[in-house]
Structure formats: C-alpha cells, structure tokens
Design a binder for this molecule. Structure first.
Ligand code: ADP
Length: 844
C-alpha cells in the first residue's frame, strides 16, 4: 500500500488497522457487513468461495464481504484453515464524518469462545512451549471452558505426540528454534507465534506451580492470551501441573492405528469412542475423550475410576439421572462466555435452567447406595442464590441481542415496569387515536404508521385526501404516489413519550443484564467445580451403562507382570460382526510370534489386546469374561499399513520409523505390538529385519511383545529363545476353500495360506493353479537355506553401535541454529543436553 494518502479516509482507517494486525485477516465492519480488502479479500474470497469484487476507494481496491449475522460460519471456515481474524467494529455512533473503528476481538484457531464456531464435544486448546533444562515445557488452555494444564520435561518426540493427541491448532513459542519442531508445525498447519516475556507474571493461576520454568511457560501463555484475545479471562482456572510420568505413554500413531477417537475410514462407527461415548452432556463427552486419551499408571487412581463405575451401576435411578443430565447445558462454556463478556441473556437463561435441575439431581443421587456417590453429592452446590436471582429476573424467551430489551421479567425492577407501562398505555392511546380520527374524518381505511424519519404518521389514500379539513390540524409530511402522510401535534407528544420510554427501558434492561452478568461472575469458580462434578457423573454413568450393555468386566491389576484375559473381545469389531472371543495368557518378558493366513484375525487379536490395556488403564471396564493385567508404562504399535504418502514416506519407511520409536523408547514394562513388520520389502531382508528386531527385544528390551507375521519361518525362533512362544490363528482348508475360525491357539501355523486367500478373492483359476506349482518348487528349494538362515549366530556386537539416545543428542547438537539463539537460551540448551547425557548414563 504505497501511498496511504491516495485512498479515501475510510480506506486509510482500514490500512492503519491492518498495520497493527499484519498477520490477520481484518473483518472491517461496514453497516450490516464485514468487508475485507486488498490481500485479505483475495485470500478470504478463495477460502470462503465468495465473489471477489472491487471498491473505488481513491484507487481500485479488491474487496469481498459477508453479512454480519451469518459471520460465524465464515469465521469457522477461516479459523479451521489456520487463519487469524481481527474483528474491527464500529465503536462510535454513525453521524457526520468517519465512524471510528477498533479491533475488539482477535479470533485464532486456539482463541475461540463463540458458540457455533466450537465443536461442543471437543476441547479447543492453545499451547505455549518453552525449552527448560529438563526438556520442553508445554502449557495449554481452552479459553472457552477455562481449563488450563502444564507439563514439564518432554522430549521432542513426546511433545509432538502430545500436541497431536491434544489436537493443538495453535502454539506460542518463546526460546526454541528447533527446526524439526518447526517442520512439524508446518506440516500439520499449526499456527505458530513467537512471543517473549521478560519474567513470570503475577497471577494466582500459577502460584502453586512447582518450578520457575513451569511458571514461566504458563506465564507466557497467560500473558499472550490476555494481550491478544482482548477478552476478560477471569474464568481461567489455576494451572494443573501434570507429570508426564504418571500417564501411560501412547504415541500418536497408536491413537491412529487403534482408532481410539477418530476412525481411519471416516466411518465414525469404527472408532472406540463412538461406542463408549454414551454421555449426555458436552462436559461429560469432553472429559471422556480426555480420559481415554490419557491412560494412567497409578493403580489407586485407576481403581477409583472402577469404583465409580461400579457405584453408578444400579439400574433404578439411572433413568432419572439420565433424563436430568440430558436437559443440562454446557456450564463450562456458558461460564466462559459470560465471564469473558461474550455472553447474552440466553446464556444466563440456559445457566438458570441447568441450575433449576440441581436440587432434583441431588435428590436422585442420594438414592444411590455407597460412599463414593455420597461424597460426590456432598460436593455439589445447588447455587440457590444465583438461581433465585436469575429466575426472578430473566424471561425464558430472552433474545440474543442484549441491546434491544425483552430480557427482563415484569416485576423485577420498578422503574422498568413504569417505563413499560407508559409504552403499553401509549399503544392503547394510539389505538384510540386511530378510532377517533377514522370517525372524525369518515375515512375507514385511515392508517397509523411509523418510520424512522417521521416517527408516527397518519396515512390517507389518494381518493380520500379531499376529506381532510384544516381544523383537523393535519400537517402534511410526505406525498406518496397513492396517498399522503400527515402528523398532528398530539401524535407527536405521545410519540415523544413512547419513544423515550422504549429507549430508556432498553437501556435499563441492558444495565440490569450487566448487573446480572457481574453477579454471576462472582460464582465462576464454584460453577466450574459444578461443571466438573457433572462431567464426572455423566462419564461414569455412561461407562456404567456400556459396561451393562456390552458385558464388560472390571479388570484386576497385578504387580507380577502376568496377563490373563479370558474370552477377550475387540470392543469395536464385536459391535459389527459375531465375534469369536480369544484368551491371552502371557508371562513377563514373553514374546508371541503370531502366525496365520491373511484375514484370519491376527491384527484384530493384537488390537484387541492394545484396546483392552488402554481401556483398563483409563479406568474403564473391558470386553472380556475376566482380565488380570499388569500396568504398562507405554504401548508401541506398528499395525496396519497406513502409507504416509503426503509426508513422502512409503509403507516400508513408515513401518521402520514406527518400529524405531518402539525399539528406542520401550522399557521392560512396555507393551510392543508389531503387525507384519518387514513385509514392505523383499522376502529375505524383511525376514532378516523381523528376526533382528525380535532378538533385540528379547535380549535388550525384554518388553512383552506380540509379533504377527506371515513369515512362518520365524516360528523356529521359539526353539532358541527362552521367552518366545508361538501362537497361530486357526483356519481350515476345505476343498480349495478357506474357513477362518478366528481362534488363537498355541503353536505355529503349518503354512501361510496366501494362495488360498487369493482364491477367496476370486483370482482366475489358472493363476491359482500355476501359483501352487511354483510354490511347491520354491518350498523345496528354500528348505535347505531356511534351516540355516534363521539360526545364524548374532555376529554384530550391538554395543558397538551408537546408542539411539546418544545419537539423538548428537542430532540435536548438529541442528542448533546458533545464529538464532540468545546467550541465555544457549545456556539453557546446553544444560538440557548435559542433563540428557547424565540421564542416559544413569539408565545404562
Ligand atoms: P489379519 O490381520 O490376519 O489379516 P484381520 O485381523 O484384519 O486379519 O481380520 C480380518 C477380518 O476378520 C476382520 O475385519 C474381522 O471382520 C474378522 N475377524 C477377525 N477376528 C475376528 C474374531 N475374533 N471374530 C470374528 N471376526 C473376526
């Protein structure tokens, strides 16, 4: 925008605003529209698929616009694509000269508070990242619900996983210029803002945090939010400090492979959450998702959740409880909107309606036996004072607008009642006036109308104009093609009263609304607590319900490392097909080599195991007749063949990257599930890799592992290694025809049945026959080699290879961009690296 002076004053105003919000699309309010200009218009018109026009503003300027009342849909579309939007509203009344405009709100993917833009059942977190000497510190907050968290000591891989698991769309960075993190943000279209603060801020929200770094990270987020969102954020809750170590580690790949929350096929019914989420409130639904994606490691906490599910099982009062929950609104988000001054009277009405249900809720809860629910019930506050006040004040059908009246009940405020009385009388008076004038003039179709220019007027049709006599005192105001409009003295006097009383009433109602809102703000903290209690109740009730519905059992947690699952089922597959249940009995350090034809059920068996473990550690009952499980510190999987084509990796490469994750991070308390590792390459190197991995796990990691493969040659390993056991999925061959029994048994399968499965897929008969001939020859040829190949002695001394964690540290050092680091940040980085080396030494 070369020379501002060339543009009209309004366009200069736009340019000035845009300078302050260079990286945002400015929504410039013009009457009933938001207009966008210049590049903003070009980008927005493309994303929103709206017409790009131009405006003559001194010079021609590209322009597009959207109606103000429909703006939410457009905002959502832009924000979901990672754009920032600055809403510039008219802040002075229209009059002579240019209306003043100011940015009153900045909406970014992580700073959304409006209903209709947010997904009700999901959190919408924004995060901040700093690097401390213990690793990365991640703080994250949802400004619509007020929830805030902070975790310290994450490695790069862990922070990337956590960001993916939490679905962060926006992060604030302070002192890190980690290129790999940056690449990750770019590939995931995560909005990144670099932002610095001098020191931790003074806020009660961070008071109880443990260390300076953690406080600094939370401060960074708080400071940014307060400054940028332009919202009052008094509803943010004190930061909850999470220790990464208290959660079971699940890589994001595991989330995806197991379809915990989202399905890979876009069919929602193939995700676990679809079947578990029988919650009735958005609060409960969000909590359940967080729970399933954050399995625990602490047996006491897990057992508490089992106990809660147990407590909510009795059937009788459940229907009543469900019907109450069903009527409740999202308290957290209502409170968020009210506290940040984005709420309206409808929000207060919804809050009031929700509060009206609490006494009955307490009553129903008191019918439940058991101490846990009794304790929960004790915590629930009815908020009587708040309820009474809102109940007295608010009309149930309050409108969305807070400036046009219609919110407050009659009888709540004396002056408002008086003003309404005047308005009401005014209307009576107008009706009488109409009758009298019709009689006086003899004009039956004489009308009284109103418009903004003349106020109230009398309208007489053309043919009747001669009937108007001077003594009526009609003053002509406007001539229409088919009539005339008049005013009279008395009409104007009444009009004055009517209009001022309506205006005053609206203003008074607004003031009363603000008073109610401020009053409600006094209860923010206890309403948030109420919301959390309801969320928990809703979640446990839902889990109790699915326990009944799907016949889940309470797992037993053991410390001896044994797995005993009797008649386990896959919680999602069993909802779609008649499921054949299977047992899993596994000793500590045991490695299962699972063979069986394609499509026989190998990966289903492994996923079933993983899902049962995740459910158990999330505190949820599991699909089995009986289950005794150890507590795992992590699950690693390589299941399915999801090509990361967009990321430029082939199936085989993805396979190896994921295998690498497991092999470098797993401990003897982890669970490793590898499905058909090595099949993405030629037979022999695939086989060799698979065997290498199994040996490595057996010798170095000693984690319980399930390894499915169609290389049934691998089953020979069980003869050599103490902890390796063969399993196979049974299948029957009936006259060139396979029957899958989906039953897993001990021992190796006799062959891989590939050709039989191909026959099932109706490959031409000629190919099948020929393949069988070739197979016979190959089997004969390879049998000699096979026996030798798999008993090769380990020649490579694994100890001589640079250990992975040291390699990581070396990589880290190489990647530092020294030009971008301040001396302080360099010291922090150095200390971090030193700590990592110390840790590595300690571990080895
Ligand atoms: P594999 O990994 O051996 O190729 P899958 O685990 O993908 O086979 O299973 C193939 C299909 O067989 C699944 O989609 C499922 O419909 C069915 N299936 C697998 N296991 C069972 C089971 N235990 N009971 C019923 N059907 C099953």
């Amino acid at each position: 925008m070369e020379d501002k002076e060339l543009y009209t004053p309004m366009m200069q105003q736009y340019i000035n605003i845009k300078q302050d919000y260079a990286d945002a699309i400015v929504f410039f309010r013009l009457g009933d529209f938001y207009e966008m200009f210049f590049d903003g218009a070009i980008v927005a018109s493309k994303v929103l698929e709206i017409t790009l026009t131009s405006k003559d503003a001194g010079k021609k300027v590209p322009m597009c616009g959207i109606p103000y009342h429909a703006s939410k849909v457009y905002i959502q579309r832009l924000v979901s694509k990672g754009f920032k939007i600055a809403i510039a509203e008219q802040v002075s009344l229209p009059g002579k000269g240019l209306v003043e405009r100011e940015v009153i709100k900045l909406i970014t993917p992580g700073m959304i508070i409006d209903e209709g833009i947010l997904n009700a059942n999901e959190y919408n977190f924004i995060g901040s990242i700093i690097l401390s000497e213990h690793g990365y510190v991640l703080s994250y907050a949802d400004i619509s619900t007020g929830d805030t968290f902070v975790i310290d000591g994450l490695s790069r891989v862990e922070i990337i996983d956590e960001i993916k698991n939490l679905k962060l769309k926006e992060v604030i960075l302070s002192n890190t210029s980690d290129q790999q993190l940056m690449n990750f943000f770019k590939s995931e279209s995560i909005l990144v803002t670099e932002y610095k603060i001098e020191d931790e801020i003074h806020s009660k929200l961070i008071q109880s945090l443990s260390s300076k770094e953690v406080k600094l990270s939370a401060s960074l987020l708080l400071d940014y939010l307060t400054r940028e969102s332009k919202l009052e954020l008094s509803h943010l809750m004190p930061f909850k400090e999470l220790t990464f170590k208290s959660y079971m580690h699940i890589d994001h790949q595991v989330f995806e492979h197991l379809e915990l929350i989202e399905s890979n096929s876009k069919n929602p019914k193939s995700s676990l959450i679809y079947w578990l989420d029988q919650t009735l409130t958005a609060m409960g639904s969000r909590l359940l998702k967080y729970t399933v994606t954050h399995p625990l490691k602490d047996a006491t906490l897990i057992e508490y959740r089992y106990d809660m599910i147990e407590s909510f099982k009795p059937f009788e009062p459940r229907n009543q409880l469900e019907s109450l929950l069903d009527q409740m609104y999202d308290i957290n988000r209502l409170v968020g909107r009210i506290a940040s001054n984005n709420g309206n009277a409808k929000d207060l009405v919804q809050l009031k309606n929700t509060l009206s249900l609490i006494p009955e809720l307490k009553n129903v809860l008191s019918m439940y036996p058991g101490n846990l629910i009794l304790e929960l019930n004790k915590e629930i506050d009815t908020h009587e004072t708040l309820y009474e006040k809102l109940q007295l004040a608010l009309k149930d059908d309050a409108p969305l607008s807070i400036k046009e009246g219609g919110m407050i009940k009659d009888g709540y405020h004396h002056e408002l009642d008086e003003l309404r009385e005047i308005a009401l009388h005014g209307e009576d008076w107008l009706e009488n006036f109409l009758e009298t004038e019709r009689e006086k003039t003899g004009i039956k179709n004489l009308k009284i109308g109103y418009n903004r220019v003349f106020g109230y007027y009398i309208e007489v049709s053309k043919g009747n104009i001669p009937l108007i006599q001077d003594e009526f005192g009609y003053i002509r105001k406007q001539t229409l093609t088919n009539g005339e409009r008049y005013i009279t003295e008395s009409l104007k006097v009444v009009e004055q009263k009517l209009l001022t009383s309506k205006e005053r009433a609206d203003k008074l109602e607004y003031e009363l609304f603000v008073e109610l809102k401020e009053f409600t703000k006094g209860f923010v903290e206890s309403l948030q607590k109420l919301s959390y209690l309801i969320a928990q109740m809703d979640m446990y009730l839902a889990l109790a319900k699915v326990t009944d519905l799907y016949h889940y059992v309470r797992p037993k947690l053991n410390l001896n490392g044994f797995v005993e699952i009797e008649s386990g089922r896959h919680p999602v597959v069993e909802r779609h097909v008649e499921f054949i249940s299977n047992h899993i009995t596994m000793k500590p350090h045991e490695i299962f080599i699972l063979t069986g034809p394609n499509m026989s059920g190998k990966s289903t068996y492994m996923r079933m195991f993983a899902l049962i473990v995740i459910m158990a550690q999330s505190g949820i009952y599991v699909p089995a007749n009986r289950a005794s499980l150890p507590i795992y510190d992590a699950i690693f999987t390589r299941i399915g063949s999801s090509d990361d084509i967009s990321g430029g990796k082939s199936t085989f490469m993805v396979e190896m990257v994921e295998a690498n994750e497991a092999l470098t991070k797993a401990t003897k308390n982890s669970l490793i599930l590898f499905d058909e590792i090595g099949r993405g390459t030629a037979t022999y190197d695939g086989l060799a890799l698979a065997q290498g991995m199994i040996e490595y796990i057996h010798k170095h990691i000693q984690a319980q592992t399930m390894f499915s493969t169609h290389y049934h040659e691998l089953t020979q390993l069980s003869e050599k290694f103490e902890h390796i056991t063969n399993l196979h999925v049974k299948a029957k061959e009936e006259k060139d025809h396979m029957v899958f029994l989906h039953q897993v048994e001990r021992g190796a399968s006799d062959k891989s049945y590939g050709i039989q499965v191909a026959a099932l897929a109706h490959l031409p008969e000629a190919i099948i026959k020929r393949s069988k001939q070739i197979l016979k020859v190959l089997e004969k040829e390879s049998s000699k080699l096979e026996n030798n190949l798999f008993m090769f002695e380990e020649k490579v001394e694994l100890e001589h290879i640079i250990p992975k964690d040291i390699q990581n540290i070396l990589d880290d050092l190489t990647l530092i961009d020294l030009d971008k680091l301040t001396p302080i940040d360099a010291l922090i980085k150095l200390k971090y690296i030193q700590n990592q080396i110390k840790q590595t030494k300690k571990d080895s």
